[in-house]
Design a protein around this ligand. Structure first.
Ligand code: CO
Length: 227
């Protein structure tokens, strides 16, 4: 596998590159060519429809590339990403993605995937301000406050951040389950499971946080004493 670290940076010696990003277009041509070589007519077929089974709700972090982590190609994963992989009740962007995925694309799985060492989670724990983003991270601060008794037990910073990353995912799974979109889908017996996973940037591996809800019964049992 060709792993490049930092090769995609703009070659700033040529001012024209600032406006055209030729290296990214070159990468794109190579990628399209190799896909087409391995799967002739891949793009023509894909252009006619998308039929993903999964919706991925993940962090914007550049080290957590959704498709690559789970080995899925174009057309197989519907994706929504934001800082901290949050599902905020009034966020029309995220809600619209969930609604389209569930009602129109009929995905069978919604995966909320956080990651250890999340910058959004870390920033939410700091006393210093970061600007507008602090408003977005408010929900994570609330999760921290809610679980402060448990979180007090974590003496080292890394373990504390990582546990809050996990609690954040669990809370976002709860929020997904609580949407009218998922509640309505379950009420009409649509096959739909909501998963909570966390990804380790240091080892490239996913962990299942075992809060999967595939219906109202699961949802009630899993979150009975949680929030
Ligand atoms: Co993150």
């Amino acid at each position: 596998m060709n792993i490049r670290l930092g090769f995609a940076s703009t070659q700033s010696t040529n001012p024209d590159n600032m406006k055209k990003l030729p290296e990214l277009f070159a990468n794109n041509r190579d990628w399209a060519c190799s896909v087409e070589k391995n799967h002739p007519d891949f793009f023509k077929t894909l252009a006619k429809q998308q039929n993903p089974e999964y919706l991925w709700i993940g962090c914007s972090d550049s080290r957590v590339p959704a498709n690559e982590i789970v080995g899925l190609v174009s057309g197989e994963l519907f994706v929504h990403r934001n800082v901290g992989n949050l599902v905020v009740h009034g966020d029309m962007n995220c809600l619209s993605v969930i609604q389209y995925a569930v009602d129109v694309l009929k995905v069978k799985h919604i995966i909320v995937c956080g990651h250890y060492g999340c910058g959004g989670v870390t920033a939410s724990m700091e006393k210093k301000t970061h600007g507008l983003i602090d408003n977005w991270l408010r929900d994570i601060k609330d999760i921290y406050s809610y679980h402060q008794d448990e979180l007090k037990k974590y003496k080292d910073r890394i373990s504390l951040v990582n546990r809050l990353c996990e609690l954040n995912v669990i809370r976002q799974v709860y929020n997904v389950c609580h949407t009218t979109i998922v509640q309505d889908a379950w009420a009409r017996k649509q096959e739909l499971a909501v998963h909570g996973w966390i990804y380790g940037i240091e080892d490239g591996l996913l962990r299942d946080l075992k809060v999967c809800a595939a219906g109202k019964e699961d949802y009630r049992r899993i979150f009975k004493n949680s929030f």
